[in-house]
Ligand binder design. Structure first.
Ligand code: BV8
Ligand code: ZN
Length: 245
């Protein structure tokens, strides 16, 4: 990939960087992206219909099983070169904030420290009534496991459509986007709000916006740089150039 020298110089002279990632960065780990057709059993459901409080209220077992299936899928995968390149980048900049829409936990698994999980984490399970986190539950149970404290139905600790994002994480993400000198948008179709609006807020503060994605998105026309391709290939190349003295 040909990286313009002014971008390399900008990165070498910057100290505050923010990154937003989406499902695309985990695709090379073998995880389907959110809008990929769901495999087999789930082919007939649209993810946005299952990832909602209404779906859980209507058929808690179906939604619970969908997340149990996805937890299994996440257990079987490892971070890829794109995740590791971001770990290297974090050590390179004075202030580095990794904002992710992903719930797979792969950034932390790869070693990233300052990670803001805007949509929660699929490996965490809490009570849908009292909010108590469950440290273990019977994955084989015929019915949705229940809270030990109040018997409420357990649910994944993720943000469903129509639910608000965790305030602290969202606030930190907005602050990091406002303060950064360079903002990366990586592996996201940029349609889910309010995460997608972070990049647009950045433009207003004069920061440089760099998009790395397999296809163009609504952000592409507004980005200063757009690199089309796989994040697992592009990011290591870019990080190598900015860490070379
Ligand atoms: C809220 C957790 C309100 C669950 C997720 C109309 C207009 C605007 C907004 C709305 C609207 N109607 C409704 C809304 C709001 C809604 C929304 O944005 N809807 C969208 C569909 C229009 N948002 C919400 O509901 C949010 N909450 O607004 O609350 C509110 C306000 C006040 C008080 C109370 C309530 C909550 C949104 C969070 C939903 N939860 N995840 C779960 O995962 O099961 S979102 C889900 O989509 C995932 O987190 C995923 O990450 C996220 C975004 O998708 P992407 O990550 O971008 O993945 P996608 O597949 O789309 O794209 C992948 C990209 O990677 C592609 O472009 C592909 O080309 C690229 N790619 C693939 N491989 C690679 C690659 N790139 C590089 N390398 C590769 N190898
Ligand atoms: Zn409870």
């Amino acid at each position: 990939m040909n990286f313009p020298i002014e971008l390399i110089n900008k990165l070498k002279s910057s100290s505050r960087v923010a990154v937003l990632t989406g499902a695309g960065i985990s695709q090379e780990s073998g995880l389907k992206t959110f809008r990929d057709a769901q495999d087999g059993l789930w082919a007939k459901y649209n993810p946005t219909d299952l990832a909602s409080p209404e779906a859980f209220a209507r058929d808690p077992k179906l939604v619970w099983d969908w997340y149990a299936w996805r937890r299994e899928a996440v257990k079987g995968v490892r971070p890829n070169q794109g995740h590791y390149a971001l770990v290297e980048m974090e050590n390179k900049f004075l202030t580095f904030t990794l904002i992710t829409q992903n719930i797979d936990g792969l950034h932390r698994f790869a070693g990233s420290k300052n990670v803001l999980e805007l949509h929660g984490n699929i490996n965490l399970v809490r009570c849908s009534e009292c909010g108590t986190y469950a440290d273990e539950w019977d994955e084989e149970s015929e019915t949705v496991p229940q809270c030990k404290k109040c018997n409420g139905l357990l649910r994944p600790d993720v943000v469903w459509f129509g639910e608000s994002l965790p305030r602290a994480e969202l606030e930190a993400a907005v602050n990091a986007s406002r303060a950064c000198e360079v903002f990366f948008s990586i592996g996201t179709s940029g349609v889910v709000q309010p995460a997608a609006s972070l990049a647009h807020a950045v433009r207003d503060n004069g920061a440089v916006v760099v998009e790395i994605n397999a296809e163009e998105t609504p952000l592409t026309p507004k980005a200063n740089y757009f690199f089309q391709g796989k994040s697992g290939e592009i990011l290591p190349e870019l990080v190598k150039l900015i860490t070379e003295f």
